[in-house]
Write a protein that binds this ligand. Sequence first.
Ligand SMILES: [Mn+2]
Length: 229
Amino acid sequence: MFTYAIGDIHGCNRTFEKLLEQLPLQDGDALVLLGDLIDRGPDSKGVIDTVFRLRKQGYPVTCLRGNHEQLLLNSLLDPDKMELWLFNGGFQTLESFGVKQLLGIPERYLNFFQAMPHWFETQDYLCVHAGLNFSRPNPLDEQYSLLWIRRWYDEIDYNWLGKRMVLHGHTPVELETIQTQLTNLPANQYLNLDNGCAYALRQHDRPDLGRLVAFCLETRELFHQKCVD
Ligand SMILES: [Mn+2]
């Protein structure tokens, strides 16, 4: 039985489905999505529907909360936060649901967002969206950093971390960086799986980005799919 972790999908459901086709998924295998399933890309609703389909097929799919899901949830509680979410890709998410307002999104999807955990742990791995604030006695207590932190590698408290390896997304890096981090995984104990899939959708000067990345926790094999959305 294998577990596959997948980086930030950002509404790129066609790419997500193509990546899934590449994975040798078998009964009993599990998936961990590292957050930011929604926003920016064209089909956030479709991404959640793909998760629902996989679960129906019997695959346990853990969907971590990313800062983008948190922006959506914040807007639900406080309409003043709405603009920030909309301008960070929330418009595209509403569009994918064919609605103009957040409350137009069907309840089962809102319940899905509300239920997303901030982190997930296996025997060997700690999975988070962005990273950890190691200045805290228990870095898992600081939800803000789990969703937003960048450049935390120099602060890692290896006494606290023990033998666990951290898998995360949130900060797009080149495929080459991901491969180097994989080589150094036993020593450094961190691996970023975000190659900025949604960057392929907009004008940018980062041709080294634009793929969705998956990683098998047991075999340590990397899979990647160029954005087709
Ligand atoms: Mn993020």
